[in-house]
Design a protein around this ligand. Structure first.
Ligand code: AHR
Length: 381
């Protein structure tokens, strides 16, 4: 069967079942859209799913227009009713992730015409793969995946493709052949790492740097990209040295633990790079406990990523000196893709969500915006 015929026949079977049920059960006459009674509930799958019914919120991010357009077979209309979307989310490791989850829940709400099957995969790659497999078995209309790690996706993506279900790779990237999924969207993690490095070079103005890096989760494209980008700039500065680089798993506890261990091993560092804000909070706790000063008035310069509200408050307070944004408000871009596919239109292969960087008051930079209360008040997350 061709992809579209397979899905047409599946839809037709669902309609026949619905009609039979309706004839026998008067009470179920109001039963609705295409994720009807023959589809298993999302919470019967390996990880629990939650159907979301939050009020809609406008998408607030901006994206650059991608260069290439990818013609995809149009997705079938969802019986003219609710569109079912499965979202295999990374987990709940950070404030960034919480903002990203809320953005998806608000955007893919019942009020907006969606049935969202949301699964928090708790940073477990195997759970995430099985979650996607569950979405395929449920014959959801669309699948969004925020990949915990970039490797290991070929088989399940092929299964989704064989089932004719469009897959959107969101936030982070996968190593797989792009022909196995419909589109990808997110921030440029290498560019974020380079922005941090370029800002540091400008700020240090030739001064030596002994750098400690608290990386994100192992194998995540956010970690790999930020590390690669930052190292690109390290290699251009012969008086910079990366003393150590360890994973803090994008969590506050992980950041604190890694920083405590760094403090035991190194006494001569003057820069700490934390690959997200939560790790920076943990690192600051560890330095506070050890009596190490940091920030614009301290001995150690902290660079962070994400630029969430609290992270930018620390930047405004001069504790985090530079904070490189990773915009979590990405669901609007996923919805745009789905709307295009519903209309039978071609979609872009890649959508870039644009970031900016922020620096503490008193610092001017060609790479970053100087923080002020006004900037913080204007932030949406
Ligand atoms: O993939 C985005 C990263 O994942 C964010 O920087 C981090 O906070 C999150 O856990």
């Amino acid at each position: 069967l061709t992809k579209s015929r397979f899905r047409e026949e599946t839809k037709m079977k669902k309609k026949v079942v619905s009609l039979l049920v309706a004839a026998m059960t008067v009470a179920s006459l109001t039963a609705c859209g295409n994720s009807g009674s023959d589809a298993p509930a999302a919470n019967q799958e390996p990880a629990p799913a939650e159907k979301q019914e939050a009020e809609p919120a406008p998408a607030e991010s901006q994206a650059e227009a991608p260069a290439e357009s990818q013609a995809e077979a149009p997705a079938p209309a969802a019986d003219g009713g609710t569109i079912s979307v499965g979202f295999a989310q990374v987990g709940h490791e950070s404030d960034w992730r919480a903002a990203n989850t809320k953005n998806y829940q608000d955007t893919f709400s019942a009020a907006n015409g969606y049935e969202l099957s949301f699964v928090d995969c708790d940073n477990d790659h195997a759970v995430q793969i099985e979650t996607v497999r569950g979405f395929i078995e449920q014959e959801l209309d669309y699948i969004c995946i925020a990949p915990i790690q970039s490797a290991g996706w070929d088989t399940v993506l092929q299964e989704a493709k064989d089932a004719g279900i469009p897959v959107l790779i969101v936030d982070r990237a996968v190593d797989a052949d792009p022909s196995l999924y419909t589109t990808a969207l997110g921030c440029d993690m290498v560019a974020e790492g380079e922005a941090a490095g370029n800002w540091l070079a400008e700020y240090l103005n030739g001064e030596d740097a002994n750098i400690l890096v608290i990386e994100g989760s192992v194998g995540a494209s956010a970690t790999l990209g930020r590390t690669e980008g930052f190292n690109n700039i390290v290699s251009q500065n012969s008086n910079w040295k990366v003393l150590d680089s360890q994973s803090g798993d994008f969590t506050q506890a992980g950041g604190q633990e890694v920083m405590e261990s760094f403090i035991k091993s190194y006494s001569d560092f003057n820069v700490v790079v934390c690959q997200n804000d939560n790790e920076a909070y943990g690192a600051m706790d560890a330095m506070d406990a050890a009596g190490i000063t940091y920030g614009v008035d301290g001995d150690v310069t902290i660079i962070s990523f994400d630029a969430t509200h609290d992270g930018l408050q620390y930047t405004l307070d001069g504790k985090i000196t530079c904070n490189v944004e990773c915009n979590p408000l990405q669901a609007g871009f996923a919805e745009d893709v789905i709307k295009k596919l519903q209309a039978g239109e071609a979609v872009d292969a890649w959508t870039l969500v644009v970031d900016e960087a922020f620096v503490a008051p008193g610092i001017t930079s060609k790479y970053a915006v100087t923080m002020s209360q006004e900037v913080l008040d204007g932030r949406a997350y």
